[in-house]
Design a protein around this ligand. Sequence first.
Ligand SMILES: *[C@@H]1O[C@H](CO)[C@@H](O)[C@H](O)[C@H]1NC(C)=O
Ligand SMILES: *[C@@H]1O[C@H](CO)[C@@H](O)[C@H](O)[C@H]1NC(C)=O
Length: 568
Amino acid sequence: MMRWYSRRFSRTVCLWLAFISVTLHLLLVALSPFVYQSSCKPPTSRQTHPYTLRALAYTNDTSTGSDSHASHANQAKMPPDARKVDPSKMDTTRHHKITKMDATKMSTEIGNGPSSPVNMGDRIGRSGSMGSGLSKLDALFSHPLYDVPTLPIPEEDWLMRIKPKVTSGRSTQMWVSDPEIDYDPAHWNSTSDSQPPWLRFHLGISRRQLYPHRDPNMPSLIQQLSKHRIVSAVQKSGGTQLKLVMSFPNYGQAMLKPMKQERDEESNFNLYYFSDFERHNAEIAAFHLDRVLGYRRIPPAVGRLVDVVKEIKDITTDHRLAKTFFTSPVGNVCFYGQCSYYCSTEHAVCGRPHELEASLAVMLPDPSLAKRHSWRSPWRRSYSRSKVAAWETDSQYCDTVKKTAPYDKGTRLVDLIDLTILDFLMGNMDRHHYETFEKFGNNTFLLHLDNGRAFGRHSKDEPSILAPLEQCCRIRRSTLSRLRLLSLPQYRLSDVMRESLSHDPLFSVAPLLSEPHLLALDRRLNVVLQTVRDCQRRQRSRRGEGSDVIYDDINDYKKSVTPVTPAG
Ligand SMILES: *[C@@H]1O[C@H](CO)[C@@H](O)[C@H](O)[C@H]1NC(C)=O
Ligand SMILES: *[C@@H]1O[C@H](CO)[C@@H](O)[C@H](O)[C@H]1NC(C)=O
């Protein structure tokens, strides 16, 4: 009798447990679309993403509820002083929420609370996918090291500022930067749809980065670069190789670099780094790698098949360019433009017969609106066949650099090391200068522009690119943690890069990077991590002397992120 009762009792308990479990699952299912929606969907007028609010700030003062249709009624009803509401603060609250939910969701999938990613790796095994269909790239971007709770961005930390301006008796608002310069706002009025993605990109540039993690503007920006009608194509003056500036009907502009080299071709070993070709796929892959590393310091670049005749020859107003078109013996349309390197009939770029692969990178705000400062890299190569640079022979070179402004304070040195790591991974030896936005002084991120000479060789690594890391032995903790994450099998740099690049429009023509190039990334990542370990070993052996290898930039959220311990 007793036994029957207890059996019956345990059956009831089981039933209850099953019921609770089913309810929880249903709840999870019901919640998950919300999580995805809030993080991936482009902002609607109700969301408080900085773009929306900064976009709102841009809206015409004179517009009232009456002249705006339903889809943007919310915006029109915003008081003109909407910009005084700190958009970043509101965004942060929301961001915190998403981060927490994503983190919880992830740990639910992994079956454990926030634990060291190394342990996660053991649990997930080598299958690659994070279970329930979360791709490696999604998993990476959901990791707390990427989904970092951000502090509010003060108004002066945005590159472009919005200032009220009075024109012909009626007050309007327009965006200008320091110093105040007129920028004709006539074409972008209160309709949110009329805010071109390139303008939203410019408005989203801050002291810290070019664009935010999970940027809701990114899909439309990329879509327009790859599909939007081209209304003008002219040569970009300056620079050594052929580049075109393409314009779109909404006044957006992009920099075009044509395909010059097959994907599986390696740079000629007898060419110096400064006479190597620029590669269109390197520009695209560099943008993806920079984002995968969590930097977000390269302007978005996408691949596109351009019609050499309809989209360049027929519409160009550039006579110097127009003069260089010809038809090749097999009937392909070719051109070579005018520049100091490789602009000759022997180095013409040709369509097949009209279609030409190219990279299009969104332009940064014009220097007249946002001035940039160009810095000579202390580890600049000699750019000579016979000369050797000081850093190549002086092993104490970094000690001098560390004492020299602006590397003597702030994050400039570790920012340069970040760039060094990016360049080593993609084999870019051509980094003589880097730029920053002048408005932000010395305390800002470095722009990683001009990456066309990257990804030239996969069979050889170039250790000299790592010289700054090797000689200075300094690295940001956040960078190191992400690099360690990317060395783990469940994220693996080559896998997330392959996946990220598969979203580029040119992927349907051919993968942007060949397999040997992707695999070289993993090999080089290990070299970077080994270099850091060697630094730490050296530091331990002369305890107390010299500075720390790790620059701790994640004190603020240390408690929420368990530091990643080295793999192996
Ligand atoms: C807003 O701009 C669009 C396209 O530029 C134009 O057709 C429309 O008339 C403008 N609306 C207002 C209220 O100015
Ligand atoms: C920024 O660095 C330069 C040296 O490269 C220095 O002359 C200047 O004073 C620095 N600015 C500030 C605000 O520290």
